[in-house]
Design a protein around this ligand. Structure first.
Ligand code: F6P
Length: 568
């Protein structure tokens, strides 16, 4: 029997609801004057500094949020995750991405079995295979070393690895390890993405890694068949064994596809797709590009946060604080979005990755027990690196809607540039903006300030900034493999904290299914119309009209066309 108890019925929730009233009269400008408050809103772990003093929160708010965490049994839920309970109840699965980066001698159980040895078996296999490919002892069908890799996958089988790859691309140590090699990602079923990925590559020197948890995802499987054709049409069908490997939980389907199971790298159903970057999903392509030792540093970084998250008291626990503050912003202050603003071009794919982790996890309308939620869960995540974003959407966040912002800054640039005679280094120039923007949002600009500046009367309303716009700042000492792992794990756990408090299942994703099944119906119709000339039937007026227009306008496509690959 489903439990109907919701967190919104708890006393701490009600208390926080009435606490919101206190903020009607409080401006961040005043809160920022309270040094003691600001001091206690700085938390550090392993060189990473979180400053949340620019949140619309007081110490009293924090106490109330800790009480809410208690009412939501947050600590117990975290423990249940780490101990392998089936907290993903709608799929009857454990949620153990923490096991993917656990030390070799750790013991973590799922269904009565310690999973850590299995994790390390696969890691050892990846180390061995990637070293063979990188050293040239594993060669392609024509005897040439495989220097380029195309990883095919979508969603969680793409976004996390892409984020880490992009973040490492300019790290000086990683650059050395990647010399002469390329890693590309083919995600979209759009044939243009195929064309862009194979452009300039030679099948003789390319290794294709098919990454799919289920090995049934329509986009990934069509792209895999397309690149299998690209390889076999150039090198013969036997070349596939040397040029294609796979990462999946479904090794039966991998073999059916024609990939040697010895060249398949397993993971397990207790790894959610969007939490899979630390499994073979990310570790294999990244090890091929940067070497296993580099990827191990990334795993160690994530693992250090796993330990911090599990053991630090809530007041000092970075993922818990981040999660509770997001709940405060969404459920109490009513802000539906969150901007992720890394002041680092290397983190340009961080927001796209977090979009999936956050929105696929927490975009839910019912509690874990299936009770419709009388409050909103999840938030709209978006973001761009600074300073690019400043010249794009910051207008809205300064004078339009209120959007809590995460400013992420790095102390030491991966690629410092100094120009003699310039006022500051290029990285200091970037970071000047990182330090300035949160204050601009918090303080705004008042009428008095504008009058002092002799701003013409008619421009005053346009040049006024209300301020009182919340943000938090995360300052990392540098952006190396370890810090990248720490950043990833901090956000993964933050999102789990939010879900635990909201009382939802952050680890299933039923909401993506409906669109997929409707696409199956359309695919059938397109096939029937193209091959047998069947009219469009069974759709509403709008879809029928659009489909008919599409078919008529592309009727020059033959019913049974010969294989055609991009020529680029
Ligand atoms: O879009 C839904 C989804 O199931 C994601 O959760 C997942 O990351 C993605 O598709 C890819 O799935 P797979 O790894 O099974 O191909």
């Amino acid at each position: 029997m489903a439990s109907t108890t919701l967190i919104c019925d708890s006393e701490p929730w009600k208390d926080l609801k009435s606490h919101v009233e206190d903020f009607k009269k409080t401006h961040l400008r005043d809160l920022m004057n309270d040094k003691e408050r600001c001091q206690s809103m700085m938390v550090e772990f392993d060189g990473m500094l979180l400053d949340y003093s620019r949140q619309r929160a007081t110490l009293d708010t924090m106490d109330k949020l800790y009480q809410l965490a208690e009412a939501a049994s947050l600590k117990q839920k975290i423990n249940r995750m780490y101990s392998g309970e089936h907290i993903n109840s709608t799929e009857n699965r454990s949620v153990l991405h923490v096991a993917l980066r656990a030390p070799r001698d750790a013991v973590i159980y799922s269904d009565g079995k310690n999973v850590v040895p299995d994790v390390w078996n696969v890691l050892d296999k990846i180390k061995d295979f990637s070293e063979k490919v990188r050293s040239g002892s594993w060669v392609g069908a024509t005897g040439k070393p495989l220097k380029d890799v195309i990883a095919i996958g979508i969603g969680g089988s793409f976004l996390g690895p892409l984020f880490v790859h992009t973040a490492l691309q300019t790290d000086p140590e990683a650059v050395e390890f990647a010399k002469g090699r390329q890693l590309r990602f083919l995600a979209n079923v759009d044939p243009i993405d195929v064309a862009r990925n194979i452009a300039g590559l030679n099948p003789e020197t390319t290794l294709v890694v098919v990454v799919s948890k289920t090995f049934t995802t329509a986009e990934t499987m069509l792209n895999a068949r397309t690149l299998r054709e690209w390889i076999s049409s150039a090198l013969g069908p036997f070349a596939v064994a040397k040029h294609m490997v796979a990462v999946s939980t479904n090794l039966t389907l991998v073999e059916k596809f024609g990939i040697d199971p010895n060249n398949a790298f397993a993971f397990w159903d207790w790894v959610g797709g969007r939490y899979s970057v630390c499994s073979a999903v990310g570790v294999l392509p990244l090890s091929l590009q940067y070497g296993f030792s580099m990827v191990e540093k990334f795993l160690n970084g994530a693992s250090s946060i796993d330990q911090h998250f599990r053991s630090a008291p809530f007041e000092k626990n970075i993922p818990v604080l981040l999660g509770l503050l997001s709940v405060w912003n969404v459920s109490f202050l009513g802000y539906p979005a969150r901007a992720i603003l890394p002041y680092s071009q290397a983190l340009e794919k961080f927001a796209p990755h977090i979009q999936q982790v956050s929105m696929e996890s927490n975009g839910k309308g019912v509690s874990i027990d299936g009770v419709p939620l009388p409050y909103e869960a999840g938030e709209i995540d978006f973001g761009e690196p600074g300073t690019n974003g400043q010249h794009s959407f910051y207008q809205l966040i300064h004078q339009g809607r209120v959007i809590p912002c995460d400013f992420i800054g790095i102390v030491k640039s991966q690629q410092p540039v100094y120009l003699k005679g310039e006022v500051v280094s290029n990285h200091d120039e970037l970071m000047s903006n990182f330090f300035a923007q949160p204050d601009a949002l918090a303080y705004g600009k008042t009428l008095e300030q504008l009058l002092k500046e002799n701003v013409p009367q008619h421009l005053i309303p346009h040049k006024m900034f209300s301020g009182n716009r919340p943000s938090l700042s995360l300052l990392l000492p540098s952006l190396n493999a370890c810090n990248i792992g720490q950043l990833l794990a901090s956000y993964e756990h933050r999102i789990a904290v939010e879900g635990f408090v909201w009382g939802i299942n952050s680890f299933d994703q039923w909401g993506v299914e409906l669109g997929k099944s409707l696409a199956t119906q359309v695919r059938k119709q397109l096939h029937a119309s193209r091959t047998k000339g069947e009219p469009v039937e069974g759709f509403n007026f709008s879809t029928t009209t659009l489909l008919t227009r599409y078919l008529e306008a592309s009727s020059d496509i033959p019913a049974d066309p010969p294989t055609l690959l991009p020529r680029i």
